[in-house]
Design a protein around this ligand. Structure first.
Ligand code: ZN
Length: 199
């Protein structure tokens, strides 16, 4: 089922809900539709165009904005689905400072990498190989990450997310699945996750 972007009354991105939940919000007048898919949804008595973006009619206060969870999907989105070392298609997760040398499993030490670079690098430091990155890895910031981290995407959401994230982070939103690996990317990233070769 399609998913719908929910904005606060202030236009801040809040989250992603199912189309069914979004329709209830609109029918209860708790939200208004800002973008329609053009698909008509029929109820017993009326028809309503399925929303793609809704905005709450009343501001809700979010008491705590926690850090962005470190998931494979979010990591690949941060790095644009590309290997940070060679720019090839990323298929694995690399610890910049290898875990065997005390590297942490944290946003500032994990990067998306292609399998070849990950294999070549193994448990060595970048300096050992003469490799360098364009910029050091860092935790993603910005409210857009609440949405990017869900893995749901829709080109119609992009204008509403742009004020809250960088164009680079949002690039894949407007272009379907291109730029992201086709393998499942929603598994939590835990140290030693079997799908990853964590050097
Ligand atoms: Zn590579």
């Amino acid at each position: 089922m399609a998913h719908v972007l929910v904005l606060n009354a202030s236009y801040e991105p809040l989250g992603v809900v199912s189309l069914r939940r979004a329709l209830v919000l609109v029918l209860d007048k708790k939200a208004v539709s800002l973008e329609d898919t053009g698909v008509l949804m029929h109820s017993a008595t009326s028809a309503i165009s399925a929303p793609s973006v809704v905005r709450l009619t009343r501001f809700v206060r979010i008491p705590y904005k926690g850090p962005v969870p470190l998931t494979r999907r979010a990591l690949f989105a941060r790095d644009g689905g590309r290997c940070v070392y060679c720019g090839g298609v990323a298929t694995s997760v690399d610890h910049v400072i290898p875990r065997s040398r005390g590297g942490q499993h944290a946003w500032d030490n994990v990067v998306a990498a292609c399998r070849r670079c990950n294999h070549v690098k193994a448990d060595r430091h970048l300096a050992d190989l003469g490799w360098r990155m364009k910029r050091p890895p860092a935790p993603p910031t910005g409210l857009a990450w609440r949405i990017i981290g869900t893995g749901h995407r829709d080109p119609r959401w992009r204008p509403y997310l742009e004020p809250y994230g960088t164009a680079e982070e949002l690039a894949h939103m407007g272009a379907g699945r291109s730029g992201l690996p086709s393998q499942p990317a929603d598994a939590p990233l835990s140290p030693g996750a079997p799908a990853d070769r964590c050097a």
